[in-house]
Structure formats: structure tokens, C-alpha cells
Write a protein that binds this ligand. Structure first.
Ligand code: 0PR
Length: 370
């Protein structure tokens, strides 16, 4: 048995050469807390009131980071569940016959799952040259059946931040809820100077989601969905008559208390100051990468706003394949097709240096027709 596990383990890639992932190696404090609470099930919180307190405390900590005095929400399994649940809450509250939502063209594919699951029309708004959503396009797609507008703070492919302030105004003018998908950027943007407002400071924002299993150094699965008002969370309430607990708000029934404990532990241990340092290091490494690639004539598609970089290279798919032959795991963006790199906390400067040299070799060969 152990042999089988060992073999499976050895078949996995290690994070050393992974530059495509928005996840990272969790902090040891998170891992220890996770193991300690491994048996606890937040699907029946009445049995695990201690774990439930950790969950509530985490929601409230993240709520105050996002400028909300009283946060209503819970710890989800990640960005996908958070997006599904936010849209589900708004659809339940604003019951219209043929609901639609308006999302940026850059929205994560979880919105395609939402369309399928909730039978909601998902309208995709155009992007501007900075790969942010164009607010005029959003405005033009709204109608009386629109139950929610979505903005993204840290897009999956380009790491850009939509003009949330403008979306907030549009949402208020039209009395439509605004969900901000900050799955990636939610634990980055608050720590960058000169960043635009994206959270509950803007009065049109009704919910924000963020994933501590991305930049929060927590264990998988760890997401967080926060609503401005209780009525939105209540729109998700389902009675659980034969459990010790009376109701559930989550999408999954049985769900891990372990990652809730892990998230609480790591965020309390690091504090926002500690997390800021981790974010700043990733940003410094991203700048280092850009400096070095520019020396060999490789430039970003758009100026990175955070630690997600899309590089213009000739024949990106071929470049990715050749880099993969050298062990590097990188992904490519859809439109334009470019090389996508995410500089997460596990990325070491030494490794990045080797990557840059491999990238220049590969691009030079391809440029010379090889
Ligand atoms: N919203 C945004 C803006 C995201 O970037 C993501 C995930 C989600 C929602 C969905 O989050 P969950 O995957 O937690 O449900 N973005 C990454 C992606 O799809 C997730 C990821 C992470 C993919 C690590 C691969 C990987 O190796 O690219």
C-alpha cells in the first residue's frame, strides 16, 4: 500500500518548477492546524462549535480587511463555490422568470458552470485594452432580468483589476447587486500601495469572494464568501431537520473544518503585516522577471498589476512545450495567446533565474527558426 502511495507521490510535480498555479505550498502553521482538525465537519457545526467559532472569526477578520464592520458569510471550498453561491443568493432574492448576470469576458470558467447549473444566462461584457471590463459594455447588457453584475479583482489570466468603482456606481444606479470575484487578488490588492478600491468601501458592492488557498498560504480547500447584508446570506438558507444543527448555507453538506482551522491559524499567525511581506516578495520577484525578460526582448502583453504575468513570445504553445521538456509547468492565455506565469510564494529567485535562462534559450531557438 505504502508503495502505491509513494509511487503516486513521485508522479506528481513538485512546486519548484510550477509557474502556472495560483496555489502554493501551505504555511506549516496551516498544515499543523489542518491535521489537528482533520476529523471536524462544518456540515454539522452544532457538533463542532469550536471549529465553527474559528470559521466565524475568519469571516469577520477577512470582512474587516475588506472594510465591512459586520460580515455575513462562510468559508467555501474555493472561488468556484463562492461564485455559484453569490449568484444563487441574488437569483433567489430577485426572483425573475428568465434571470441573467453580466460578467466580464475575462471571468473565470466557474461562470460557465453557473450558467449550466442555475440555468442563468451569462452575458459577457467586452474588455478594454488593459484587459479590464468596459463599463459601457456592462451597462449595455443590463435589463430588468439582470440579477447580478460581476467584477473581477485579479483576473485569472492577466491579473488585472476591473474598474470596480465604476461598476459599483452602475450597480447602485440600476439597483442590481454587485459581486466582486477577488479569489486571487483579495489577499494581494489590500497590501499594494496605490491600488484602486475594490471592496465594501464602495457602496454598490454587495459581496466579495477571496481564496485563502491561493495567496493566503492556507490549505486546500479554502475559500471565503462575504455578503454586505444578512438577507443575501439568508437567501441561501436550507433547513436541515434531522441534523443537530438547524440549517445550512453552504453548497456542500459535509465540509472540512480542517481548512477553516488552517485558515484561521495562518492568518492570525502572519497577521496582515506578515501577509503583506509575502505579497511584496512575490511582486519584487515579478519585477525581477520582467527586468530580465526585457533584456532579451520579451515583454508583457499588458503591464502586470500583481504577480500574474502574460508574456508576448513567438509561437507561445511551442515555447510552453519546450519549456515543459525542461520541466517547467507554465500555462498559456486564450486571447491573445501568450505565456502565463504566476509568481507565487513558492517561487525562489534562484529557480526563476534558471527559468529565465531556459526561456531565453527556447525563444532564441524559435526566433531563429529552429
Ligand atoms: N475566480 C478567479 C478569479 C480565479 O482565478 C479562480 C481560480 C476561481 C474563481 C475559481 O477558484 P477555485 O479553483 O478555487 O474554485 N483560478 C485558478 C485557475 O483556474 C485556479 C487554479 C489553481 C488552477 C491552481 C490551476 C492550478 O494549478 O487558473
Amino acid at each position: 500500500m505504502d508503495d502505491i502511495l509513494k509511487k503516486a507521490e513521485s508522479e506528481n510535480f513538485t512546486y519548484d518548477k510550477i509557474l502556472s498555479s495560483m496555489c502554493t505550498i501551505p504555511h506549516p502553521v496551516a498544515v499543523r492546524a489542518h491535521l489537528r482538525f482533520i476529523h471536524s465537519n462544518l456540515g454539522d457545526p452544532a457538533l463542532f462549535p469550536g471549529t465553527k467559532k474559528l470559521e466565524d472569526e475568519t469571516v469577520s477578520m477577512i470582512g474587516s480587511l475588506f472594510h465591512l464592520k459586520r460580515a455575513y458569510g462562510y468559508l467555501t471550498s474555493g472561488g468556484t463555490e463562492s461564485n455559484i453561491q453569490a449568484v444563487r443568493a441574488y437569483r433567489n432574492l430577485l426572483s425573475v422568470e428568465k434571470p441573467n448576470i453580466v460578467v466580464p469576458q475575462s471571468a473565470h470558467f466557474s461562470f460557465d458552470k453557473i450558467s449550466d447549473l442555475l440555468k442563468i444566462e451569462v452575458r459577457k461584457a467586452r474588455l478594454n485594452r488593459e484587459y479590464q471590463v468596459d463599463s459601457d459594455s456592462v451597462r449595455s447588457l443590463l435589463d430588468e432580468n439582470t440579477v447580478c453584475i460581476v467584477g473581477i479583482a485579479g483576473t485569472t489570466e492577466f491579473g488585472q483589476i476591473d474598474p470596480i468603482e465604476e461598476l459599483s456606481e452602475i450597480a447602485e444606479e440600476n439597483k442590481i447587486p454587485l459581486h466582486v470575484d477577488a479569489a486571487f487578488g483579495g489577499l494581494i490588492i489590500p497590501f499594494l500601495s496605490g491600488s484602486p478600491k475594490f471592496d465594501f468601501q464602495l457602496s454598490g458592492v454587495t459581496s466579495v469572494s477571496v481564496d485563502p488557498h491561493k495567496m493566503g498560504m492556507s490549505t486546500i480547500p479554502s475559500g471565503c464568501l462575504i455578503f454586505r447584508r444578512k438577507k443575501y446570506l439568508d437567501a441561501l438558507k436550507i433547513p436541515t431537520p434531522y441534523l443537530v444543527s438547524k440549517e445550512q448555507y453552504s453548497l456542500s453538506g459535509t465540509r472540512p473544518g480542517a481548512s477553516a482551522a488552517a485558515t484561521y491559524a495562518v492568518l492570525s499567525h502572519l497577521g496582515w503585516k506578515g501577509l503583506k511581506k509575502i505579497v511584496e516578495r512575490c511582486i519584487r520577484l515579478t519585477q525581477f522577471l520582467l527586468e530580465k525578460t526585457s533584456e532579451v526582448g520579451i515583454f508583457p502583453v499588458v503591464e502586470p498589476r500583481m504577480n500574474v504575468v502574460a508574456l508576448k513570445v513567438p509561437k507561445p504553445k511551442k515555447v510552453a512545450e519546450r519549456l515543459s521538456d525542461r520541466g517547467w509547468k507554465i500555462s498559456i492565455t486564450r486571447k491573445p495567446v501568450s505565456l502565463r506565469l504566476v509568481i507565487m510564494p513558492h517561487v525562489k529567485r534562484e529557480n526563476l533565474q534558471i527559468f529565465i535562462s531556459d526561456l531565453s534559450d527556447v525563444v532564441r531557438d524559435i526566433r531563429s527558426g529552429d
